[in-house]
Design a protein around this ligand. Structure first.
Ligand SMILES: Cc1cc2nc3c(=O)[nH]c(=O)nc-3n(C[C@H](O)[C@H](O)[C@H](O)COP(=O)(O)OP(=O)(O)OC[C@H]3O[C@@H](n4cnc5c(N)ncnc54)[C@H](O)[C@@H]3O)c2cc1C
Length: 348
Protein backbone atom coordinates (compact mmCIF):
# COMPACT_ATOMS: atom_id res chain seq x y z
CA UNK A 1 0.00 0.00 0.00
CA UNK A 2 1.33 3.47 -0.93
CA UNK A 3 2.30 5.69 1.99
CA UNK A 4 1.34 9.37 1.76
CA UNK A 5 2.84 11.69 4.33
CA UNK A 6 1.22 15.08 4.88
CA UNK A 7 3.59 17.42 6.74
CA UNK A 8 1.88 20.29 8.57
CA UNK A 9 -1.81 21.09 8.99
CA UNK A 10 -1.69 24.26 6.93
CA UNK A 11 -4.70 25.68 5.10
CA UNK A 12 -4.15 23.39 2.09
CA UNK A 13 -3.88 20.16 4.07
CA UNK A 14 -7.00 21.07 6.06
CA UNK A 15 -8.82 21.27 2.72
CA UNK A 16 -7.34 17.89 1.73
CA UNK A 17 -8.46 16.32 5.04
CA UNK A 18 -11.96 17.75 4.61
CA UNK A 19 -12.11 16.27 1.11
CA UNK A 20 -10.89 12.87 2.38
CA UNK A 21 -13.50 12.94 5.16
CA UNK A 22 -16.19 13.45 2.51
CA UNK A 23 -14.73 10.86 0.12
CA UNK A 24 -11.91 8.59 1.35
CA UNK A 25 -8.95 7.72 -0.87
CA UNK A 26 -8.71 3.92 -0.92
CA UNK A 27 -5.44 2.12 -1.51
CA UNK A 28 -3.26 4.61 0.37
CA UNK A 29 -2.05 4.79 3.94
CA UNK A 30 -2.09 8.47 4.81
CA UNK A 31 -0.37 10.05 7.81
CA UNK A 32 -0.48 13.66 8.96
CA UNK A 33 2.41 14.91 11.07
CA UNK A 34 1.92 18.25 12.78
CA UNK A 35 2.82 19.70 16.20
CA UNK A 36 -0.63 20.65 17.50
CA UNK A 37 -3.81 18.57 17.79
CA UNK A 38 -5.81 21.79 18.17
CA UNK A 39 -4.66 24.81 16.25
CA UNK A 40 -5.59 28.47 16.17
CA UNK A 41 -6.70 29.85 12.81
CA UNK A 42 -4.35 32.71 11.83
CA UNK A 43 -7.09 34.86 10.28
CA UNK A 44 -8.81 35.08 13.67
CA UNK A 45 -5.68 35.66 15.77
CA UNK A 46 -5.97 39.48 15.73
CA UNK A 47 -9.66 39.18 16.72
CA UNK A 48 -8.68 36.83 19.55
CA UNK A 49 -6.07 39.37 20.76
CA UNK A 50 -8.61 42.20 20.47
CA UNK A 51 -11.08 40.26 22.63
CA UNK A 52 -13.74 39.61 19.97
CA UNK A 53 -13.29 35.83 20.11
CA UNK A 54 -12.76 33.15 22.70
CA UNK A 55 -9.92 30.80 21.90
CA UNK A 56 -12.40 27.98 21.23
CA UNK A 57 -13.99 30.08 18.46
CA UNK A 58 -10.68 30.22 16.60
CA UNK A 59 -9.53 26.61 17.01
CA UNK A 60 -9.59 23.75 14.54
CA UNK A 61 -9.47 20.23 15.98
CA UNK A 62 -6.93 18.80 13.56
CA UNK A 63 -6.69 15.38 15.27
CA UNK A 64 -10.48 14.85 15.08
CA UNK A 65 -10.54 15.99 11.45
CA UNK A 66 -7.76 13.52 10.58
CA UNK A 67 -9.69 10.73 12.25
CA UNK A 68 -12.80 11.53 10.20
CA UNK A 69 -10.62 11.51 7.06
CA UNK A 70 -9.16 8.04 7.89
CA UNK A 71 -5.75 9.66 8.21
CA UNK A 72 -3.33 8.61 10.93
CA UNK A 73 -2.53 11.57 13.17
CA UNK A 74 1.11 11.76 14.30
CA UNK A 75 1.67 14.62 16.69
CA UNK A 76 5.22 15.89 16.16
CA UNK A 77 7.48 18.32 14.42
CA UNK A 78 9.63 17.53 11.40
CA UNK A 79 13.24 18.48 12.09
CA UNK A 80 14.85 17.05 8.98
CA UNK A 81 13.62 15.88 5.60
CA UNK A 82 15.72 13.48 3.56
CA UNK A 83 14.25 13.82 0.08
CA UNK A 84 16.62 11.22 -1.41
CA UNK A 85 15.82 8.66 1.29
CA UNK A 86 12.09 9.64 1.32
CA UNK A 87 12.17 10.03 5.07
CA UNK A 88 10.98 12.69 7.52
CA UNK A 89 12.82 12.76 10.83
CA UNK A 90 10.95 14.26 13.76
CA UNK A 91 12.31 16.27 16.70
CA UNK A 92 11.55 13.39 19.07
CA UNK A 93 13.70 11.01 17.01
CA UNK A 94 10.90 9.16 15.20
CA UNK A 95 11.23 8.81 11.45
CA UNK A 96 8.41 8.49 8.93
CA UNK A 97 9.01 6.91 5.52
CA UNK A 98 6.86 7.85 2.53
CA UNK A 99 6.24 7.12 -1.13
CA UNK A 100 4.53 10.48 -1.67
CA UNK A 101 4.89 13.48 0.64
CA UNK A 102 3.19 16.84 0.74
CA UNK A 103 4.59 19.83 2.60
CA UNK A 104 2.19 22.44 3.97
CA UNK A 105 4.17 23.43 7.04
CA UNK A 106 3.90 27.21 6.58
CA UNK A 107 6.70 29.63 7.26
CA UNK A 108 8.44 31.04 10.29
CA UNK A 109 9.42 34.43 11.63
CA UNK A 110 13.12 34.94 11.12
CA UNK A 111 14.43 35.83 14.57
CA UNK A 112 18.08 35.06 13.81
CA UNK A 113 18.89 37.94 11.45
CA UNK A 114 17.88 40.61 13.99
CA UNK A 115 20.46 40.69 16.82
CA UNK A 116 18.88 40.05 20.23
CA UNK A 117 15.49 39.06 18.81
CA UNK A 118 15.82 35.41 19.71
CA UNK A 119 16.23 36.20 23.43
CA UNK A 120 14.33 39.43 23.96
CA UNK A 121 11.36 39.29 21.57
CA UNK A 122 8.36 37.05 21.09
CA UNK A 123 7.75 35.82 17.52
CA UNK A 124 4.14 35.75 16.40
CA UNK A 125 4.67 32.25 14.96
CA UNK A 126 4.10 29.47 15.94
CA UNK A 127 0.77 30.89 17.12
CA UNK A 128 0.34 28.43 19.99
CA UNK A 129 3.75 29.30 21.39
CA UNK A 130 3.02 33.01 20.90
CA UNK A 131 -0.29 32.80 22.76
CA UNK A 132 1.14 30.71 25.57
CA UNK A 133 3.96 33.24 26.16
CA UNK A 134 1.90 36.40 25.67
CA UNK A 135 1.52 38.31 28.93
CA UNK A 136 -0.53 41.44 29.37
CA UNK A 137 1.88 44.33 28.93
CA UNK A 138 1.45 48.08 29.06
CA UNK A 139 4.14 49.15 26.60
CA UNK A 140 4.36 46.93 23.54
CA UNK A 141 6.57 47.20 20.46
CA UNK A 142 5.59 45.40 17.27
CA UNK A 143 8.47 44.93 14.84
CA UNK A 144 7.34 44.58 11.22
CA UNK A 145 4.45 46.53 9.75
CA UNK A 146 3.09 44.15 7.16
CA UNK A 147 -0.63 43.37 7.28
CA UNK A 148 -0.16 40.96 10.22
CA UNK A 149 1.99 43.43 12.22
CA UNK A 150 -0.51 46.26 11.68
CA UNK A 151 -3.44 44.04 12.71
CA UNK A 152 -1.67 42.84 15.86
CA UNK A 153 -0.66 46.41 16.78
CA UNK A 154 -4.25 47.67 16.45
CA UNK A 155 -5.65 44.62 18.28
CA UNK A 156 -3.38 45.15 21.30
CA UNK A 157 -4.08 48.88 21.24
CA UNK A 158 -7.79 48.06 21.31
CA UNK A 159 -7.16 46.15 24.57
CA UNK A 160 -5.55 49.27 26.07
CA UNK A 161 -1.82 48.74 25.54
CA UNK A 162 0.45 51.57 24.37
CA UNK A 163 1.73 50.20 21.08
CA UNK A 164 4.66 51.28 18.93
CA UNK A 165 4.84 49.80 15.44
CA UNK A 166 8.26 49.81 13.77
CA UNK A 167 8.41 49.55 10.03
CA UNK A 168 11.45 49.27 7.76
CA UNK A 169 9.53 49.19 4.49
CA UNK A 170 6.20 50.68 3.41
CA UNK A 171 3.11 48.52 3.83
CA UNK A 172 2.38 46.59 0.63
CA UNK A 173 0.52 47.00 -1.63
CA UNK A 174 0.53 50.83 -1.51
CA UNK A 175 -3.28 50.98 -1.92
CA UNK A 176 -3.60 49.07 1.37
CA UNK A 177 -1.05 51.30 3.08
CA UNK A 178 -3.02 54.42 2.12
CA UNK A 179 -6.01 53.15 4.11
CA UNK A 180 -4.12 51.49 6.95
CA UNK A 181 -1.77 54.29 8.01
CA UNK A 182 -4.59 56.75 8.87
CA UNK A 183 -6.27 53.98 10.89
CA UNK A 184 -3.07 53.34 12.85
CA UNK A 185 -2.84 57.05 13.64
CA UNK A 186 -6.54 57.37 14.46
CA UNK A 187 -6.30 54.48 16.88
CA UNK A 188 -3.20 56.03 18.47
CA UNK A 189 -0.72 53.36 17.50
CA UNK A 190 2.69 55.04 17.53
CA UNK A 191 3.59 54.17 13.95
CA UNK A 192 7.25 54.64 13.05
CA UNK A 193 7.66 54.30 9.29
CA UNK A 194 11.16 54.11 7.83
CA UNK A 195 12.57 52.97 11.18
CA UNK A 196 13.96 49.45 10.76
CA UNK A 197 14.86 47.89 14.09
CA UNK A 198 18.57 47.09 14.21
CA UNK A 199 18.85 45.33 17.58
CA UNK A 200 16.85 44.30 20.63
CA UNK A 201 18.55 44.35 24.00
CA UNK A 202 17.76 43.07 27.47
CA UNK A 203 14.92 45.10 28.97
CA UNK A 204 13.60 44.67 26.36
CA UNK A 205 14.99 47.78 24.65
CA UNK A 206 14.42 48.35 20.94
CA UNK A 207 17.24 50.00 19.01
CA UNK A 208 16.27 51.55 15.68
CA UNK A 209 19.23 53.48 14.27
CA UNK A 210 20.10 56.12 16.88
CA UNK A 211 16.82 55.71 18.80
CA UNK A 212 16.49 53.51 21.92
CA UNK A 213 13.23 52.78 23.66
CA UNK A 214 12.29 50.44 26.51
CA UNK A 215 9.15 48.28 26.41
CA UNK A 216 7.48 45.59 28.48
CA UNK A 217 7.11 43.32 25.47
CA UNK A 218 8.51 43.18 21.93
CA UNK A 219 6.58 41.20 19.31
CA UNK A 220 8.22 40.10 16.05
CA UNK A 221 5.97 40.06 12.99
CA UNK A 222 8.62 40.40 10.32
CA UNK A 223 7.17 38.38 7.45
CA UNK A 224 7.50 34.87 6.12
CA UNK A 225 10.89 33.14 6.26
CA UNK A 226 11.47 29.53 5.11
CA UNK A 227 11.61 26.63 7.55
CA UNK A 228 15.31 25.70 7.95
CA UNK A 229 14.86 21.99 7.13
CA UNK A 230 13.61 22.78 3.62
CA UNK A 231 17.01 24.03 2.50
CA UNK A 232 18.88 21.00 3.84
CA UNK A 233 16.31 18.51 2.48
CA UNK A 234 17.83 18.14 -0.97
CA UNK A 235 14.66 19.55 -2.54
CA UNK A 236 14.99 22.30 -5.14
CA UNK A 237 14.42 25.66 -3.43
CA UNK A 238 14.26 29.29 -4.51
CA UNK A 239 17.02 31.70 -3.50
CA UNK A 240 15.39 32.27 -0.08
CA UNK A 241 14.94 28.57 0.71
CA UNK A 242 11.24 27.94 -0.09
CA UNK A 243 10.47 24.70 -1.97
CA UNK A 244 10.36 25.37 -5.70
CA UNK A 245 7.40 23.68 -7.40
CA UNK A 246 5.83 23.12 -10.82
CA UNK A 247 2.25 24.28 -11.46
CA UNK A 248 1.11 20.79 -10.36
CA UNK A 249 2.67 21.66 -6.95
CA UNK A 250 5.30 18.92 -7.43
CA UNK A 251 8.86 19.67 -6.44
CA UNK A 252 11.12 20.62 -9.33
CA UNK A 253 13.68 18.07 -8.15
CA UNK A 254 11.53 15.35 -6.52
CA UNK A 255 8.15 14.84 -8.23
CA UNK A 256 6.97 12.53 -5.43
CA UNK A 257 7.01 15.56 -3.12
CA UNK A 258 4.31 18.22 -3.30
CA UNK A 259 4.64 21.58 -1.57
CA UNK A 260 2.00 24.23 -1.07
CA UNK A 261 1.07 27.32 0.89
CA UNK A 262 3.73 29.54 2.43
CA UNK A 263 6.47 26.90 2.23
CA UNK A 264 6.30 26.71 -1.58
CA UNK A 265 7.22 29.04 -4.43
CA UNK A 266 5.58 28.40 -7.80
CA UNK A 267 8.43 28.82 -10.26
CA UNK A 268 6.23 29.88 -13.16
CA UNK A 269 3.80 32.10 -11.31
CA UNK A 270 5.11 33.30 -7.95
CA UNK A 271 2.44 35.05 -5.85
CA UNK A 272 2.17 36.53 -2.34
CA UNK A 273 2.25 34.17 0.61
CA UNK A 274 -1.15 34.21 2.24
CA UNK A 275 -3.80 31.85 3.50
CA UNK A 276 -6.06 32.63 0.55
CA UNK A 277 -3.57 31.11 -1.92
CA UNK A 278 -2.80 28.19 0.39
CA UNK A 279 -6.50 27.24 0.35
CA UNK A 280 -6.53 27.21 -3.46
CA UNK A 281 -3.40 25.04 -3.48
CA UNK A 282 -5.16 22.63 -1.15
CA UNK A 283 -8.18 22.32 -3.44
CA UNK A 284 -5.87 21.41 -6.31
CA UNK A 285 -3.82 18.98 -4.20
CA UNK A 286 -6.95 17.15 -3.02
CA UNK A 287 -7.90 16.55 -6.67
CA UNK A 288 -4.33 15.77 -7.81
CA UNK A 289 -3.79 13.13 -5.10
CA UNK A 290 -6.85 11.31 -6.39
CA UNK A 291 -5.59 11.67 -9.99
CA UNK A 292 -2.21 10.31 -8.95
CA UNK A 293 -3.86 7.20 -7.55
CA UNK A 294 -5.98 6.62 -10.61
CA UNK A 295 -2.95 7.20 -12.89
CA UNK A 296 -4.54 10.26 -14.51
CA UNK A 297 -2.48 13.31 -15.52
CA UNK A 298 -2.15 15.94 -12.80
CA UNK A 299 -3.76 19.34 -13.30
CA UNK A 300 -1.83 22.62 -13.00
CA UNK A 301 -2.54 25.40 -10.54
CA UNK A 302 -3.83 28.55 -12.20
CA UNK A 303 -3.37 31.41 -9.76
CA UNK A 304 -6.25 33.80 -9.33
CA UNK A 305 -5.37 37.28 -10.62
CA UNK A 306 -6.48 39.06 -7.47
CA UNK A 307 -7.25 37.94 -3.95
CA UNK A 308 -9.43 39.73 -1.41
CA UNK A 309 -7.42 40.89 1.58
CA UNK A 310 -9.25 41.96 4.72
CA UNK A 311 -7.26 43.73 7.41
CA UNK A 312 -8.84 44.25 10.84
CA UNK A 313 -8.30 47.45 12.81
CA UNK A 314 -8.62 46.37 16.46
CA UNK A 315 -12.23 47.46 16.86
CA UNK A 316 -14.91 45.81 14.71
CA UNK A 317 -13.71 47.70 11.66
CA UNK A 318 -11.79 46.44 8.63
CA UNK A 319 -10.06 47.50 5.43
CA UNK A 320 -10.53 45.55 2.20
CA UNK A 321 -8.23 45.46 -0.81
CA UNK A 322 -8.54 43.56 -4.05
CA UNK A 323 -6.24 44.61 -6.88
CA UNK A 324 -6.55 48.41 -7.10
CA UNK A 325 -9.91 48.47 -5.27
CA UNK A 326 -10.02 49.34 -1.57
CA UNK A 327 -12.76 50.09 0.97
CA UNK A 328 -13.17 50.27 4.74
CA UNK A 329 -15.86 50.17 7.38
CA UNK A 330 -17.68 48.15 10.02
CA UNK A 331 -19.56 46.02 7.48
CA UNK A 332 -16.24 44.67 6.20
CA UNK A 333 -15.34 43.46 9.69
CA UNK A 334 -18.61 41.53 9.83
CA UNK A 335 -17.90 40.17 6.34
CA UNK A 336 -14.51 38.87 7.51
CA UNK A 337 -16.05 37.54 10.72
CA UNK A 338 -18.57 35.53 8.66
CA UNK A 339 -15.88 34.18 6.29
CA UNK A 340 -13.58 33.19 9.16
CA UNK A 341 -16.30 31.57 11.26
CA UNK A 342 -17.52 29.57 8.25
CA UNK A 343 -13.95 28.45 7.52
CA UNK A 344 -13.42 27.14 11.06
CA UNK A 345 -16.92 25.59 11.19
CA UNK A 346 -16.31 23.75 7.91
CA UNK A 347 -13.83 21.49 9.75
CA UNK A 348 -16.15 20.63 12.66
C1 LIG B 1 -1.45 37.50 12.62
C2 LIG B 1 -1.63 36.96 11.23
C3 LIG B 1 -2.84 37.11 10.59
C4 LIG B 1 -3.02 36.63 9.30
N1 LIG B 1 -4.24 36.81 8.71
C5 LIG B 1 -4.43 36.35 7.45
C6 LIG B 1 -5.70 36.52 6.82
O1 LIG B 1 -6.65 37.08 7.38
N2 LIG B 1 -5.83 36.03 5.54
C7 LIG B 1 -4.80 35.39 4.89
O2 LIG B 1 -4.98 34.96 3.75
N3 LIG B 1 -3.59 35.24 5.47
C8 LIG B 1 -3.38 35.70 6.73
N4 LIG B 1 -2.15 35.54 7.32
C9 LIG B 1 -1.08 34.84 6.60
C10 LIG B 1 -1.33 33.39 6.76
O3 LIG B 1 -1.37 33.05 8.13
C11 LIG B 1 -0.26 32.54 6.13
O4 LIG B 1 0.04 32.97 4.84
C12 LIG B 1 -0.86 31.18 6.08
O5 LIG B 1 -1.06 30.72 7.39
C13 LIG B 1 0.01 30.20 5.37
O6 LIG B 1 -0.72 29.04 5.34
P1 LIG B 1 -0.06 27.66 5.13
O7 LIG B 1 -1.18 26.79 4.71
O8 LIG B 1 1.11 27.73 4.25
O9 LIG B 1 0.51 27.25 6.56
P2 LIG B 1 0.00 27.54 8.02
O10 LIG B 1 -1.44 27.85 8.06
O11 LIG B 1 0.96 28.49 8.63
O12 LIG B 1 0.16 26.13 8.72
C14 LIG B 1 1.41 25.49 8.88
C15 LIG B 1 1.18 24.17 9.56
O13 LIG B 1 2.39 23.45 9.62
C16 LIG B 1 2.65 23.06 10.96
N5 LIG B 1 4.09 22.97 11.11
C17 LIG B 1 4.97 23.99 11.27
N6 LIG B 1 6.23 23.51 11.37
C18 LIG B 1 6.12 22.16 11.25
C19 LIG B 1 7.08 21.11 11.28
N7 LIG B 1 8.38 21.35 11.46
N8 LIG B 1 6.65 19.82 11.15
C20 LIG B 1 5.30 19.57 10.97
N9 LIG B 1 4.37 20.54 10.94
C21 LIG B 1 4.78 21.81 11.07
C22 LIG B 1 1.96 24.12 11.79
O14 LIG B 1 1.74 23.72 13.11
C23 LIG B 1 0.67 24.28 10.98
O15 LIG B 1 -0.19 23.23 11.25
C24 LIG B 1 -1.96 36.01 8.62
C25 LIG B 1 -0.72 35.84 9.26
C26 LIG B 1 -0.54 36.31 10.55
C27 LIG B 1 0.81 36.13 11.21
Amino acid sequence: MKRILLIGAGHGHLVVLRSLAEKPLYGARITLVTPYAQQVYSGMLPGLLAGHYRRADTQIDVAALAERAYVEFAQGEVERLDAEGRLAILKDGRSLAYDTASLNAGSMIDASSLPGARHHALAVKPFDHFLSQLRSAERVAVVGAGAAGAEIAMALRHRGAQVTLYSGAPLQPPALGERTIPQLRRRKVDYRPGMPVTRIELGPVVIAGAARQAFDLVILATGAAPLPWLKSSGLATDERGFALVHPTLQSLSHPEVFALGDCATLRDSPHPKSGVYAVRHGELLAANLRRLFSAEPLQPYVPQKRALLLLTCGARYAIAQRGGWTAQGRALWWLKDGIDRRWVASFR
